[in-house]
Design a protein around this ligand. Structure first.
Ligand code: NAP
Length: 269
């Protein structure tokens, strides 16, 4: 059993902090919960001590770049989904004072895909760009999509091969970018390309005209890739719906009730 959070934090790197405190604090205020969601910059070598302190304080919260994998190892328990992804982005304290790690990025990805395509993908050919932590969450999400074979490309082909091995049966690794995207009807960017600057993760010349574009990266005014994709007639969505959805799912895990999603969205306007 989980205990009611005594402290709510986001552990990560400062650049990843910008939006979550805004919408989580809006959700707390809307629910009348007297807690503040604090972003804490933690160096990798301080993560263990921070996890121990949070367990003593009935802490709960989120974990972001670059700590999601390391934090999973510090949890006393992990949900099946967190085990499958190999990373924790949401945690709470149980009644014996142990941290429980979960992963709501997977639900966030499913919410984004729903916004983009409607019902869970079927007869969709998916290309995944990148083979890091969020790519693993995409692979875990795709395990519940029927008839949606996925090709994964990574700039280091070995990383894509390792991910394909972990998600054997759902994911195939492809070393060449053009081969990876050819004929795909859903392209998912799980690299940081587009966070800064105007680069695209894949040139539009390589995309099928009916390819839908899901960028996990978010940025004020959408990412350049998503804006350009829409101008070219592709359906496209950036990482903001995923960010909000994973945050709403995390709130529900901590407090057992859904947050006011409209208040969360309005806080970002
Ligand atoms: P990660 O674990 O560091 O993985 C990043 C992946 O992108 C790795 O495969 C990496 O390859 C590759 N990569 C990095 N720079 C690249 C470049 N210039 N060209 C090609 N590939 C490159 O990071 P992550 O946690 O998966 O996050 C990836 C991005 O997803 C983040 O930047 C974030 O914006 C976004 N994200 C969004 C949400 C959301 O809620 N919307 C949640 C999680 C993540 P190497 O291994 O070779 O470096």
């Amino acid at each position: 059993m989980k205990v009611r959070p005594g402290r709510l934090v986001l552990l990560g790197h400062p650049v990843a902090h910008s939006l979550s405190p805004r919408f989580q604090n809006a959700a707390l205020a809307a629910a009348g919960i007297p807690l503040t969601y604090e972003a804490i910059d933690v160096a990798p070598n301080e993560l263990g001590a921070m996890a121990a302190l949070l367990a003593e304080q009935a802490g709960a919260g989120n974990v972001t770049v670059p700590h999601k994998v390391a934090f999973a190892a510090l949890c006393a328990e992990r949900t099946v989904l967190a085990e499958r992804v190999g990373a924790v982005n949401t945690f709470w304290t149980n009644e014996t004072g142990g941290l429980v790690g979960d992963n709501t990025d997977v639900g966030g990805i499913n919410a984004s895909v729903h916004e983009l395509l409607g019902p869970p993908p079927s007869r969709t050919r998916v290309t995944l760009l990148g083979a890091g932590g969020s790519a693993a969450a995409v692979c875990a999400a795709a395990e519940s999509w029927r008839g949606a074979p996925m090709r994964c490309w990574s700039r280091r082909p070995k990383q894509a091969r390792m991910l394909a091995h972990r998600f054997d049966g759902t994911v195939e690794s492809v070393a060449d970018l053009a081969d990876a995207v050819r004929g795909s009807t859903l392209i998912v960017n799980a690299t940081p390309i587009g966070m800064i600057g105007d680069d695209f993760p894949v040139p539009f010349e390589l995309l099928a005209p009916d390819a839908a574009v899901l960028d996990l990266v978010y940025r004020v005014g959408e990412t350049p890739w998503v804006r350009a994709a829409r101008l070219r007639g592709h359906r496209a969505v950036d990482g903001l719906p995923m960010l909000l959805a994973q945050g709403a799912l995390a709130f529900e895990r901590w407090f057992g009730v859904p947050p006011d999603r409209e208040a969360m969205r309005a806080s970002l306007a």
